[in-house]
Write a protein that binds this ligand. Structure first.
Ligand code: F3S
Length: 394
């Protein structure tokens, strides 16, 4: 693997022990995956933020890095933490958990990482350009950057994303290379996708069906950025997909597709998939915002909730910056008036939901539906927002 003179120096300790350690990790990964050289990245996204996910060993690692003076050299955004940092007491988070979580956040802050605590960095002032190289790690953000924007990032792990942030580089392999971005399966969608839940169900089915391959979709009509956000998240969760193309919709969709294996997705598949994702039908908590809700999604919910009273709990997960806009527009007040809550910095999967007394969780996200049973020991009711609200407004 070719290294520039500067990279050689970084590897040999000219910029200190932490930089050398990070370069060593990136060179090792580059050698394993056949990188010819390093590429400079324009931003990184660090995962492994929730104390629930990384526990004591992860905290120890971050504490050590921060103490030894690690500093990121490109804009680096943080994935959701295990709790709402400004309001954790209201959500039944224990003092012990909160103390550990705050230590993790402090360690990232010392390293110069922006405390965005969101899986939607592209909605927070970090919109990469086509073909920019990144080192992002949260799977729904990775698939969005690759597919919807046409930027280039592999699915980094927490340590490799941090190493890339600290060195400003990553190995030139995998999805950084044009030849690895071609589709290898054709999915012909023969049904209308109307809601986020429909997009999410198709995403979930695709990941389950083709695992970690690169799908090319035909037959998808009008769609919004929010549809694509939830669509990719489900695909990445059920199958490990990091890039998809949609005919006429995504920037790299002008690909040769003649010889691809064709798989058909029908209305019946959609129905089956939606029912497969549910194992209860009377949610005691409804969660929206996996990936984190955009301002547009909060606005839609505000309109639906205006003047109504919920009988079930409804939590909307989002980033702090989208919530500030919602506050400014008076949406937060309307949402709270209806009995719902906006929760920042965290999500239904990485917060310790398993310690709370909810049994059946309603969601419109295929990714949340996939992870809630395993990570949080909860049953799931999967449905579109209107059906979820119908349950909650009864
Ligand atoms: Fe984001 Fe949490 Fe879903 S990190 S994509 S809201 S599982």
């Amino acid at each position: 693997m070719y290294l520039t003179k500067k990279e050689e120096e970084m590897l040999n300790g000219a910029e200190g022990g932490i930089v050398a350690k990070c370069m060593k990790l990136l060179v090792k990964l580059g050698e394993i995956y056949g990188a010819d050289k390093m590429v400079k990245i324009t931003s990184a996204q660090a995962s492994g933020v929730s104390y629930k996910s990384i526990g004591e060993p992860g905290l120890e690692f971050l504490r050590g890095f921060a103490k030894d003076g690690a500093k990121v050299r490109v804009p680096t955004y943080l994935n959701p933490a295990g709790m709402d940092l400004g309001n954790w007491r209201d959500f039944g988070i224990s003092e012990k958990f909160a103390k550990k979580q705050i230590e993790i956040i402090d360690a990232f802050k010392k390293m110069g990482v922006y405390l965005t605590c969101s899986c939607t960095p592209y909605l927070l002032g970090n919109l990469p350009r086509f073909k920019e190289h990144l080192a992002w790690s949260e799977s729904s953000a990775v698939i969005f950057a690759n597919s919807v924007i046409g930027a280039r990032t592999n699915r980094e792990g927490g340590p490799s994303a941090l190493a890339a942030a600290i060195t400003g580089r990553t190995g030139n392999y995998g999805l950084h290379l044009d030849e690895n971005r071609k589709p290898d399966s054709l999915i012909d969608v023969k049904t209308d996708l109307k809601t986020n839940a429909d997009f999410s169900a198709l995403g979930y089915w695709t990941g389950k069906t083709i695992k970690d391959r690169i799908p090319y979709f035909c037959g998808i009509g009008d769609c919004t950025t929010d549809n694509l956000k939830i669509f990719g998240a489900a695909m990445a969760a059920s199958g490990g997909i990091a890039l998809y193309h949609i005919h006429d919709k995504t920037p790299e969709a002008r690909q040769e597709i003649k010889n691809l294996e064709k798989i058909i997705f029908t209305a019946n598949d959609l129905k089956k998939c939606r029912s497969e994702l549910s194992d209860c039908d009377d949610p005691d908590l409804i969660v929206i915002g996996c990936p984190h809700a955009s301002f547009a999604e909060i606005e839609t919910l505000t309109k639906k909730l205006k003047g109504k009273k919920l009988t079930k709990e409804l939590w909307i997960f989002t980033s702090r910056s989208q919530k500030i806009w919602a506050d400014e527009m008076g949406y937060t007040g309307i949402i709270q008036e209806a009995g719902a809550k906006i929760v920042c910095d965290t999500c239904m999967v990485v917060s310790p939901l398993e310690e709370m007394d909810y049994k059946c969780i309603g969601t419109n996200s295929g990714k949340a539906a996939k992870y809630l049973p395993g990570f949080c020991k909860k049953k799931v009711y999967f449905a579109d927002i209107d059906s979820l609200l119908e349950k909650g407004l009864k």
